[in-house]
Design a protein around this ligand. Structure first.
Ligand SMILES: [Zn+2]
Length: 529
């Protein structure tokens, strides 16, 4: 059973799914995993006709605790320790710092077809919606302290209260400590030796903890949101899910103080970003926005959902990874075509569920697939019109085919410009024989001779026929297949390997291919003699 349907199958009655994000900087692709996991569970519940709501919190009352290196630290360092929504925006467009980064992330949501009801934590505080929870936790500060001690072995002094005031004098929230509560006001101190990254102003005073004057520590804020919205499903990354970790603490607070059952939980693994390519000198990184700028939404969803949450995703956009991603997706499209043509009932086979859940809409949009590695090759052949070449060689294209094809060509271009390493590029050497042909051995020369003779009389100059000829010739000659293909790649690319060979040659002129192979054979024979 697909992982999300399994989770959905265990649930009864109305469900409220919650997820959230602190908008402290550019959002990494890893944060999209949680979003997609929750969205898929939401869709699985809907598919099972279960009543369900999906909400998403912007944790914008959290403090600015570091200044991302892409921002001007002189401008932002005075705001360290401020609630994110009280820090100015890096540009003139957004209302504040939190919205600046969240707007970018919400654009990615929209792109991916993820449509939760978004709420801002600043509004919950300022409109007083969390007042009852603040009061409960402050009244039960002794219970909060004992949960911290029992579950996470964290010892708090007897006069520690679970609340942080926004200092009335300096505006910081990260430096204040509350040491008393009289039922209406808290007593706080903005500590000059606040913590190891920011210092307070020394102010002390009594103030109401309600209506936005401060916030709960985040584990309690989490629990307050569960209570306020009746959250029943919320998964968390494995960093929060260790034994005695923040989720355990939150669950215990929920049970012991709110007397409620905590939401369904299952930890999910991280996304590991592979190697240096993701943060290359070209300035292309691994922010959610950047990946959304490269991949079509259904491919980005597919990438994140096909691995079940408890397994890590090793994220990479090198040649092999991106070609495999498109190939796997297109493979499911082919299978979907077959299923549609021969279907007997309405149930989608399990292996096609990732395809269904990858869609931004409710139905699978099918099209005539085009091999992505071939598109990457075509884009690198000078003077060649990729569109025209594809049209010449495929069945007539409908409107959707065109749309998909145009999108894929754009991906290939962006990938070549921003992500491809030099050794992943094709560099077709049309004007002169690559000097690397000197690596071609005499047995490989014999292969090329035989191949050239056959290619001259090939019945059709298309990818499949050429590929079949390359294979059958290597068999007849009893030459290792890898060595055979290497001789061809060296002759055109000056490299050991390349894209699907039959496809590559099919897009070149037949006379040119034969002339080049003959020239290579001639050169190698003359050099050996
Ligand atoms: Zn202060």
């Amino acid at each position: 059973m697909f992982w999300a349907d399994k989770i959905a199958g265990e649930m009864q009655g109305h469900q409220v799914i919650n997820d959230s994000k602190t908008p402290s900087g550019r959002v990494h692709i890893g944060s999209v995993r949680g979003v997609i996991i929750h969205d898929i569970i939401y869709r699985a519940l809907k598919r099972a006709n279960q009543p369900v709501k999906f909400i998403y919190g912007v944790d914008d009352y959290d403090a600015l605790d570091t200044i991302p290196k892409y921002l001007d630290s002189t401008k932002f360092s005075p705001y360290l320790g401020f609630p994110l929504c009280n820090v100015p925006s890096p540009d003139d467009l957004a209302s504040d710092y939190a919205n600046y980064f969240m707007d970018e992330f919400l654009e990615v949501f929209q792109y991916l077809g993820v449509t939760p009801e978004v709420y801002h934590v600043r509004d919950l505080y300022r409109k007083g919606r969390l007042n009852p929870f603040i009061d409960t936790f402050l009244q039960n500060a002794h219970l909060v302290r004992s949960v911290y001690k029992e579950v996470s072995k964290a010892d708090r002094p007897d006069n520690w209260y679970p609340f942080q005031v926004i200092c009335e004098q300096c505006g910081k929230i990260a430096t204040t400590v509350v040491t008393n509560y009289n039922g209406e006001e808290v007593f706080y101190h903005c500590k000059p030796d606040g913590n190891d990254w920011v210092n307070g102003c020394g102010y002390t005073g009594w103030v109401s903890p309600f209506n936005g004057n401060g916030k709960l520590p985040w584990k309690l804020e989490w629990v307050a949101k569960w209570g306020l919205f009746g959250v029943s499903v919320e998964l968390a990354g494995k960093d929060h899910s260790q034994k005695g970790g923040s989720r355990d603490v939150a669950n215990a607070l929920c049970r012991n103080i709110l007397k409620k059952k905590p939401p369904f939980h299952s930890p999910y693994e991280f996304i590991l970003v592979n190697g240096t390519k993701m943060s290359s000198s070209k300035g292309i990184g691994s922010s959610a926005k950047e990946i959304a700028d490269l991949l079509p939404p259904e491919l980005m969803r597919f990438l994140l959902l096909r691995t079940q949450p408890r397994s890590g995703i090793n994220f990479s956009l090198n040649y092999d990874a991106i070609v495999r991603l498109f190939r796997d997706y297109d493979g499911l499209i082919e299978k979907y075509h077959t299923w549609e043509a021969t279907r007997t009932d309405g149930d989608l086979p399990e292996e096609l569920l990732p395809l269904l859940y990858a869609q931004t809409g409710a139905t699978v949009e099918t099209y005539q697939p085009f091999d992505f590695s071939t598109l990457i090759s075509l884009e690198q052949i000078p003077h060649l019109q990729t569109h025209a070449e594809i049209v010449k060689r495929s069945k007539p294209l409908n409107e959707v085919d065109w749309k998909v094809l145009t999108g894929r060509i754009a991906v290939a271009r962006k990938w070549l410009a921003g992500y491809a390493d030099e050794d992943e590029k094709l560099v077709l050497q049309l004007d002169a024989i690559p000097e690397q042909v000197k690596e071609i051995s005499s047995i490989q020369v014999e292969y090329l001779k035989k191949l050239t003779g056959t290619l001259e009389f090939i019945p059709s100059w298309d990818s499949e026929t050429i590929q079949a000829t390359l294979f059958s010739t290597s068999k007849q000659m009893d030459i290792d297949q890898a060595a055979a293909f290497k001789a061809v790649y060296l002759s055109f690319l000056g490299k050991d390997r390349g894209p699907r060979c039959g496809a590559l040659l099919s897009y070149l002129d037949q006379d040119f291919v034969i002339a080049r192979l003959n020239a290579v054979i001639h050169l190698r024979i003359s050099e050996v003699i």
